[in-house]
Design a protein around this ligand. Structure first.
Ligand SMILES: [Zn+2]
Length: 97
């Protein structure tokens, strides 16, 4: 890692919490720079993105499901209309004849 103040390369071990730059004396909080905290931050961002995306996916799924239900309802409606038309057809012929 590099010193955030002067950019000098620092030699640190993971167990060190606080360190001073050997070049400029800048106090560096190691815990703010560990790969774990960086990964944690990235993981947190990633998690919130996934949460947001999956929320939209769920909303979309719900919407599609409703649309499908609506369509199915109309399928039944058309089937009933068709059957009624078929049932009424002989009566219509009888009326004409
Ligand atoms: Zn420095």
């Amino acid at each position: 890692m590099k010193c955030p103040n002067c950019g000098a390369e620092l030699h640190t071990s993971p167990d060190q919490e606080v360190r001073f730059c050997q070049y400029c004396g800048h106090k560096i909080e190691i815990k703010d720079y560990t790969p774990e905290t960086m990964a944690g931050a990235v993981y947190g961002i990633g998690k919130s993105i996934i949460k947001e995306v999956s929320k939209h996916v769920e909303e979309n799924k719900e919407y599609n499901r409703k649309q499908q239900e609506e369509r199915r309802k109309y399928d039944w409606l058309w089937l009933i209309v068709g059957l009624l038309a078929l049932a009424l057809l002989p009566f219509l012929f009888r009326l004409q004849g």
